[in-house]
Ligand binder design. Structure first.
Ligand code: FE2
Ligand code: FE2
Length: 464
């Protein structure tokens, strides 16, 4: 197969941001500058002259012929396939992935297969990047593989991944809320804690706002720097937040940088999708636009869902612990779907704080405090933040557990009849926990909230 070079088109669709929930999209460059103490780069939105003037070499992550930003993603059946994405400067030969079943010595190099990648050029005026994508298929379930990426002469190191099992055995993953700001400086430690606590995680799930400025190559560079080689061995599951959107629509880094299942609604197949992983169905929404279309799509996706569990991720919370950031329109559109199908867990971001409900129902006309009341077989809604920017929550909110001013990450283990959820602070302390136990069609929650006091602050403004 020959490489395909595609020039990315700017402004290819109209952005329609979900306005009620986009409070932090109004942050301006001055805030970002104040936050990081470093110069903001707006290369993608300005002309060559201005871009070059604003260019800050100290924060630049240029591509080279040595592959970087190497990441695994799940794009098909995770037991038999995996996608590999990476970046380089212009290559002299066809980009490719070489892979083989792992061996303890180097004998695997005599049994490699090769998959040629497709390539997209990302023109940032100052330097061209080339993003390469290859999907490895026909893999063996529950098997350790080694792979490397390159152009036939310059390669990455051999990295490893393990395919999913073909049955409903237990697995674990890590869920992160917004990284977004001071990513290299202050998010690195959190994503690395995820690896330390769950080194065999099936994937890392990022619930949007991975970066602050949608097209900032510098911020994407920081994001890939922070996670480093973790992305080469643990697949990424990600959805766009409002900060992945800018004047030209979805970030120009999104489509070439990630390869997700192409099973979303028409016109949204880069950012809306679902996949099944060892007995659980994961739904990934793009709550920035065309929400009604996604609600109808979700109804169909859940119609014949035979999974033990259904876990949904979307950036904008259905229920917010801050009234001014509440999202009744989102609830209105999805209320019929939640009523018709059981969704066990919702993993969200956007509010730059932490909150978690009991099992509850999704209703347009109830606010966050009422939502905290228990409803049998309801949904648990969680909002979290992994980066340093923080918002306040309402004093009266009665979510089961709330935090302000706290960077967190969540470890989630899914078994056939149990989900275990733990939220830990950036220093590794248990902050919140619960279990969902399933008996037949009945799912009950066992709350395990630790007795430590809630982290609440007056006049919180750090990270802004
Ligand atoms: Fe957001
Ligand atoms: Fe955010």
């Amino acid at each position: 197969m020959r490489s395909i070079f595609v020039v990315v088109l700017l402004g290819c669709f109209q952005q329609s941001v979900y306005s009620q929930a986009s409070g932090d999209s109004t942050e301006n460059a001055a805030k970002a500058k104040a936050n990081t103490g470093e110069k903001k780069i707006t290369i993608a939105e300005k002309g060559d002259a201005v871009a070059k003037k604003e260019f800050n070499h100290s924060k630049y992550y240029p591509p080279s012929q040595i592959p970087d930003r190497i990441a695994l993603t799940l794009s098909g059946d995770p037991a038999t396939s995996i996608s590999v994405v990476w970046r380089s400067s212009k290559l002299q030969a066809e980009p490719r992935v070489e892979y083989a079943v792992a061996t303890s010595g180097t004998e695997f190099v005599n049994a490699t297969s090769t998959t040629i990648a497709t390539t997209e050029k990302l023109d940032f005026r100052i330097v061209d990047s080339y993003y390469h994508t290859a999907t490895l298929s026909g893999l063996l379930p529950n098997t350790q593989y080694l792979y490397r990426v390159g152009d036939g002469s310059k390669f990455s190191e051999w990295s490893e991944f393990k395919t999913a099992k073909a049955n409903d055995e237990s697995f674990s993953f890590v869920y992160f809320g917004d990284a977004q700001n001071a990513i290299k400086a202050s998010w690195s430690r959190v994503v690395r804690r995820g690896l330390r606590d769950l080194p065999n995680a099936s994937f890392f799930l990022h619930a949007g706002d991975l970066i602050n400025s949608s097209n900032s190559d510098t911020e994407w560079g920081e994001w890939f720097y922070a996670a480093g080689w973790i992305n080469r061995s643990i697949p990424i599951v990600a959805i766009p937040g409002n900060h992945e959107y800018g004047k030209g629509g979805l970030s120009r880094h999104w489509k070439p940088g990630f390869e997700f299942p192409k099973n979303g609604p028409e016109g949204m197949q880069d950012s809306v999708y679902y996949f099944d992983y060892q007995g659980a169905r994961f739904i990934a929404l793009d709550t920035n636009r065309e929400i009604e279309k996604q609600a109808k799509w979700l109804d169909v996706v859940l119609e014949n869902n035979k999974s033990n569990w259904t876990i949904l991720t979307g950036h904008h919370p259905f229920y917010s612990p801050a009234k001014k950031r509440n999202n009744p329109k989102l609830r209105e559109l999805f209320e019929p779907v939640f009523k018709k199908h059981r969704i066990d867990l919702c993993l969200q971001g956007h509010d730059h704080s932490y909150s978690r409900t009991f099992q509850t129902e999704l209703k347009k006309d109830i606010d966050a405090s009422i939502a905290a009341k228990h409803v049998n077989n309801g949904t648990v809604f969680a909002v979290s933040v992994s980066g340093p920017k923080m918002y306040t929550v309402d004093k009266k909110t009665v979510m089961q557990r709330v935090a302000e001013g706290t960077q967190l990450y969540q470890l989630i283990t899914v078994e056939k009849n149990k989900i275990s959820y733990k939220a830990l602070t950036a220093t590794g302390e248990l902050y919140d926990a619960f279990e969902l136990n399933r008996e037949g069609e009945n799912v009950t929650i066992v709350d395990q909230t630790p007795s430590t006091p809630e982290r609440r602050f007056n006049n919180i403004n750090f990270g802004k």
